[in-house]
Design a binder for this molecule. Structure first.
Ligand SMILES: [Fe+2]
Ligand SMILES: [Fe+2]
Length: 194
């Protein structure tokens, strides 16, 4: 079924069809599909409209559509504000930029995709849910039991679950001596003070 009210890239993505410019391996596409399925089920559980269910599902497919592109290529695509990011974090902002160039104007979807790796206090429920689904999808190998427990609390306890996810990701980054994005810090601060 074609969803004519939606932008063509969103309509196609909600059926699992990625933009022509996507660079994503087979395994990556399987991850994207699992994220999309999780988001679709949460959107349904929340009683969202059919159109929103397609939007939620579509960001699941689209968020990593440039994950396997080379960082030097992605760095040329992203807006100046994102150029300083670590190479592994450029694919979200780059995909959002190309979707915008394709005519997508849905700001909630664009920022969900742009900030899915680093988070942002400006993320609305779609962006927050994508951040959580990317971490919680069942195909990932680490902390299976703990992540399954967090999945069971979704979608109704989204912000509490996010606090647990960000805490784990921050701890991991701190242990590795990685830089912490100011967006991630602001995301964390916004959640624990709300
Ligand atoms: Fe990603
Ligand atoms: Fe992902």
């Amino acid at each position: 079924m074609l969803h004519t009210a939606l932008h063509p890239s969103v309509s196609a993505a909600s059926e699992g069809v990625l933009p022509k410019w996507a660079v994503a391996s087979g395994q990556r596409r399987e991850h994207m599909e699992r994220v999309a399925m999780l988001l679709e089920s949460w959107a349904e559980d929340l009683g969202l409209s059919e159109e929103d269910q397609f939007r939620w599902q579509a960001v699941g497919y689209l968020h990593d559509s440039l994950r396997d592109e080379r960082p030097e290529v992605l760095r040329e695509i992203v807006p100046d504000d994102f150029r300083h990011l670590d190479g592994t974090l450029l694919h979200g902002p780059a995909a959002a930029e190309l979707l915008q160039k394709d005519g997508l104007t849905d700001g909630e979807m664009l920022s969900a995709i742009a900030f899915h790796s680093i988070g942002s206090p400006g993320l609305k429920s779609l962006g927050r849910a994508l951040y959580a689904a990317d971490f919680l999808e069942p195909g990932r190998d680490f902390s299976r039991e703990w992540r399954a427990q967090l999945r069971e609390q979704m979608p109704n306890r989204l912000d509490d679950v996010l606090v647990e996810i960000i805490r784990a990701r921050l701890n991991h980054q701190l242990e590795r001596g990685s830089k912490i994005s100011e967006h991630t810090v602001a995301f964390w601060n916004g959640l624990i003070s709300s």
